[in-house]
Ligand binder design. Structure first.
Ligand code: ZN
Length: 174
């Protein structure tokens, strides 16, 4: 497939906001296995859950979150838990980079106390060939750029490839 710009569709900001602000925490619902959540879980254990973002900024956009609902990106973690979570982010970043073309990886923790308060990290592969104005902050201008229009099969294929990469690592990790 073409990785940039690839097929893209307008970003439905209203639907997104309703989903992340309109009820219980969507990450907690995902952790509980709520079938209404559209995200595809790649890995889950007692500490963290890893899942493909939907719609995601680019194909392969993956999120890592603690399974416990905490909101402060540093202050809510004992140091050891924080470092262990960062090991997951590292492993996921390696898996993403091995699965989709990326000339750079962006790692961010965003979120909002008025929306998705559950702390999480974004692993975002910058596809090769993205014009400079559309890199960095520009990549997240979804009102302008839209979002990837992946079929369900393409989304599943990405999830399968990423799960395989993660499973190839030593037991007990991503
Ligand atoms: Zn939560």
């Amino acid at each position: 497939m073409t990785w940039w710009p690839g097929p893209r569709v307008p970003f439905d900001a209203a639907a997104y906001e309703a989903r992340v602000r309109g009820g219980p925490c969507f990450v907690c619902r995902l952790v509980r296995g709520d079938p209404a959540q559209p995200e595809l879980v790649l890995h889950r254990d007692g500490l963290a859950v890893t899942f493909l973002s939907r719609p995601g900024v680019v194909p392969g956009h993956t999120l890592v979150a603690p399974v416990r609902h905490v909101e402060a990106v540093v202050a809510d973690f004992p140091l050891e838990d924080y470092l262990e979570l960062q090991r997951r982010v590292y492993a996921v970043a390696e898996a993403v980079q091995a699965t989709v073309p990326a000339e750079r990886l962006y790692l961010l923790s965003l979120g909002s106390r008025q929306g998705t308060a559950h702390v999480h990290w974004h692993v975002v592969p910058l596809p090769p060939g993205v014009p400079y104005p559309d890199q960095q902050f520009g990549l997240f201008d979804l009102a302008r750029l839209g979002v990837p229009d992946l079929t369900a099969d393409q989304h599943q294929a990405l999830a399968t490839a990423l799960r395989t990469r993660l499973a190839d690592r030593a037991p007990g990790t991503p």
